[in-house]
Design a protein around this ligand. Structure first.
Ligand SMILES: [Zn+2]
Length: 424
């Protein structure tokens, strides 16, 4: 089995190398924006889509032109790769997977990629890496690199530079260590509830730092824009953002690693997080209801990282020989696992499930997880591929979690920062 894996290390550049990397990231951003502007202007003039090959010729002209002589100082392959990025952004847009490509701003995901392993060399024994036009650079070799390198991406995050090296290697077909199956219900009050009754408490990495973040952002807004004090304040905000993200990633990785090592089959709801967390305000024609509560809920949903949780579970289970099954989420929290009765009245408040037919009681999330597991067993037994049976659009419309959030929110106005859900 071919395994693709990326290894990310912190770089330890010299001052000059750091300045160069900033320039290279800036050059890639310039090329991306320039190509996007050209593509837009060409479309407005009625021209056809400019392919990558044709665009690369424009890049050569820009590099040799008199207007932007500094483009020549940046390595050519990362610049070409910026064009490939734009190409893919357009492809995703045409396939309705993503919104129309946007211009890049300075300071937002500054990065550049060397797309071929021939262009860089990792010297693990001396903990350093050779990068074109940058020379040898030291790095923190926090773990050893496995496999054959494919490409390397240099990026800036929270004031630190990193290199992420993608590798591929052949591994034995994995055999799951256990034969157990489990259903998982994700939620706000409990991050993940398993069908065996155990659960993971949420991390709330954003919520925990929210007050700090607000204070830093306020301090930044009081400074004169682009002054050196403003830049310092901005760096502080970015560092905090990086910390929040690191804590979340760490939590998710630990959770998904444990789950994927202990179970051969994991069933989850096929939720469309992007849909669920759509802007609470709505638009001018269709203003949203319960804006404050919903935007709080959105913040909480995005803070949890459900989408990332699923993505990690998917590949880690595959690495361990397990299987992830996404089941349709309709009524998982309203169905009684004992008598099969489906009713919204089964769950009048967030945490408690009480069947109106047979009186079966339990924690609502636990009941949800049991239903998800049962549904997953049916999907696995019938061999029907539920997750791809419907069109993406139909699935998106259907897959809204039916927690009684709106019902509980519509009463008293929720406290600031609260998500409008009764605490357990
Ligand atoms: Zn019942």
């Amino acid at each position: 089995m071919q395994r693709l894996q990326a290894f990310k290390y912190e770089l330890r550049p010299t001052g000059e190398q750091e300045r160069q990397m900033r320039r290279f990231a800036g050059a890639c951003r310039f090329v991306f924006n320039q190509a996007l502007a050209l593509q837009k202007a060409n479309h407005e003039a009625g021209g056809k889509f400019i392919s990558y090959v044709a665009m690369a010729k424009h890049l050569t002209a820009w590099r040799n032109g008199a207007q932007t002589p500094w483009l020549k100082e940046a390595p050519v392959h990362p610049l070409q790769h910026a064009l490939k990025d734009l190409d893919r952004a357009y492809a995703n847009f045409f396939a309705q997977r993503a919104a129309f490509p946007r211009f890049k701003n300075k300071g937002q995901r500054d990065s550049f990629r060397y797309p071929d392993a021939k262009q860089f060399r990792l010297d693990a024994a001396n903990a350093r890496i050779f990068l074109p036009k940058l020379g040898w650079m030291r790095l923190r070799l926090s773990r050893s690199l496995l496999g054959v390198p494919c490409n390397a991406t240099v990026s800036l995050s929270g004031g630190k530079w990193f290199v992420s090296i993608q590798t591929e290697r052949e591994v034995d077909q994995p055999v799951p260590k256990s034969g157990s199956a489990i259903g998982i219900d994700v939620g706000i009050a409990r991050f993940a509830t398993m069908s065996d009754g155990s659960y993971l408490a949420p991390l709330h990495s954003f919520k925990r730092h929210e007050a700090h973040l607000r204070r830093y952002q306020r301090a930044m807004s009081r400074k004169v824009k682009f002054s050196s004090n403003w830049k310092k304040a901005k760096a502080r905000v970015q560092r905090l953002h990086a910390r929040i993200g690191n804590a979340r990633r760490d939590y998710l990785h630990k959770a998904t690693t444990t789950i994927s090592q202990n179970h051969a089959m994991v069933c989850i709801e096929d939720l469309q997080v992007r849909n669920m967390s759509q802007s609470a305000k709505g638009d001018a024609e269709k203003p949203g209801k319960n804006v404050q509560a919903k935007s709080g809920l959105n913040k909480a949903i995005l803070d949890q990282g459900w989408a990332e949780f699923r993505r990690q579970l998917d590949y880690k289970l595959a690495w361990n020989g397990g299987l992830l099954i996404a089941v349709p989420p309709q009524n998982t929290s309203r169905t009684c696992p004992v008598c099969g009765c489906v009713s919204a009245d089964n769950r009048k408040v967030q945490a408690v499930f009480r069947c109106v037919e047979c009186g079966h009681e339990g924690h609502a999330d636990h009941i949800g997880a049991i239903n998800i597991l049962a549904r997953g067993h049916r999907v696995a037994a019938c061999g029907e591929d539920v997750s791809h049976a419907k069109s993406a659009r139909a699935r998106r419309a259907a897959s809204v979690k039916q927690d009684p959030t709106e019902a509980t929110c519509s009463g008293a106005a929720p406290a600031r920062g609260a998500v409008g859900i009764p605490r357990l």
